[in-house]
Design a protein around this ligand. Structure first.
Ligand code: ADP
Ligand code: MG
Length: 395
């Protein structure tokens, strides 16, 4: 089903003199108030420029981190984002703190509306909040693919209540590219899923098991699979109550004649720290006080071998704590294998993007998505709630 787009409205001259509200994804990593990685801010610029060039008055908002609703704590403010956005746009960007009940704005203005997740009702998708926010604008734009899998007031509710609702260029491009890449993927198709959000991703793995020819796990997810295989994991990150889920995934793949590779060796430490001494161990030898922080070199080589044979590779989640160099080797080897593969690769996820940047393989990945959870749910074949709301308005 097609969706109305911001560029379509701009071409039709439907934005001139209009108040345009853009829900972007400006959830950037911050270190003591400084942006450490600004991809998402840069990615939000085309939508804003498009609206400005079309003669609109522009409001932009995003969530940042996981604030408590009702207050804007010192780590919650979009102030650093306002400054970076102003530099990128070459014009002032005003940060508006209390905005739900009105924003003063003229054509050509850009107002950044403070962290939308600080508003009570945002996460619950409270319809009253969504209605009040929708009343701020003539045109609502969703340009935040990364949160499109969550039905919140600025992602889903507003799309129902705003006078006009459309997709921004970033969201439209994501849906288009992912849709095309996954329509008839070259086989075999391999998915590699790692990272730390174990329970969220495990439920997705089950659906993925029907779609892919190979399923490779890493990070905290692999630890949970090791538990399921009866291996010791010490104090490692895992979800012991999801072991049955992991077993179900293993069985679903087995029914198709495919093994989910379980790590044969791992890199462990006694503490979670950059300078913790790293030891390579056989998977069976993990001690009760060990933390598995990376896959071992033999495992990495085996997985890399599998990835090299794939026609399509989908990657979300680092396979180890790649931020610490002693535990980064597994992720580096995987990244390298993806870069060297002849297959079409698609990668997504905040930390996955950081790993791609760290190993300099961005230009050798077929398509890089800004989404993590949204990317996986799209892959699963689900219609993302924020996208569904836009589709309903475009019908
Ligand atoms: P993404 O943002 O790409 O979707 P996640 O947010 O799920 O990925 O997970 C990324 C994080 O997972 C990284 O910060 C990494 O340090 C962590 N991680 C990977 N492997 C492990 C592990 N074995 N133990 C603890 N944390 C891990
Ligand atoms: Mg992450």
């Amino acid at each position: 089903m097609s969706i109305q787009t911001l560029s379509g409205l701009a071409q039709a001259g439907a934005l001139a003199g209009k108040r345009v509200f853009i829900r972007s994804d400006l959830n950037v990593p911050l270190d003591q108030g400084k942006i450490t990685e600004d991809t998402r801010v840069r990615a939000s610029v085309p939508a804003i420029r498009l609206a400005l060039d079309a003669g609109a008055a522009v409001m932009v908002t995003s969530h940042l981190g996981r604030p408590k609703e009702g207050v804007v704590g010192p780590d919650d403010t979009l102030q650093p984002v306002a400054e970076r956005l102003a530099e990128l746009l070459g014009r002032p960007v005003r940060l508006v703190r209390d905005w739900v009940d009105g924003v003063e704005l003229a054509v050509g203005d850009v107002a950044l509306l403070e962290n939308c997740r600080c508003n009570p009702g945002e996460k619950k998708n409270d319809p009253d909040l969504a209605r009040r926010m929708a009343a701020l604008c003539d045109v609502y734009v969703n340009d935040a693919f990364g949160t499109a899998h969550r039905a919140e007031a600025t992602t889903e509710g507003m799309a129902r209540f705003a006078p006009v609702a459309c997709a921004g260029p970033l969201l439209a491009a994501e849906l288009d590219a992912l849709g095309r890449a996954l329509k008839s993927p070259r086989r075999p198709m391999a998915a590699i899923v790692g990272g730390s959000k174990v329970s969220t991703k495990l439920s997705i793995l089950q659906a993925l098991a029907d779609k892919v020819d190979q399923l490779i796990v890493g990070g905290g997810i692999a630890n949970t699979f090791m538990l399921a295989a009866g291996l010791p994991i010490g104090k490692s990150l895992a979800e012991p109550d999801q072991v049955d889920q992991a077993k179900a995934v293993i069985q679903a793949m087995q029914a198709r004649g495919v093994q989910v590779p379980i790590p044969v060796d791992v890199v462990v430490a006694k503490t979670f720290a950059a300078d913790a001494p790293a030891t390579v161990k056989e998977a069976a030898d993990v001690a009760p006080d060990d933390l598995i922080l990376d896959i071992g070199p033999r495992t990495a080589a085996l997985l890399a071998q599998q990835l090299r044979q794939a026609g399509t590779i989908v990657w979300n989640g680092p396979v180890g704590v790649f931020e610490f160099d002693a535990f980064a080797e597994g992720t580096r080897v995987i990244a390298q294998a993806i870069a060297e593969s002849d297959g079409f690769s698609i990668a997504g996820g905040g930390d996955t993007l950081a790993a791609i940047a760290k190993y300099g393989i961005a230009d050798r990945v077929g398509y890089i998505s800004t989404g993590g959870g949204a990317f996986l749910e799209f892959l699963e074949g689900k219609t993302l709630p924020a996208v569904a709301a836009l589709q309903a308005r475009s019908a």
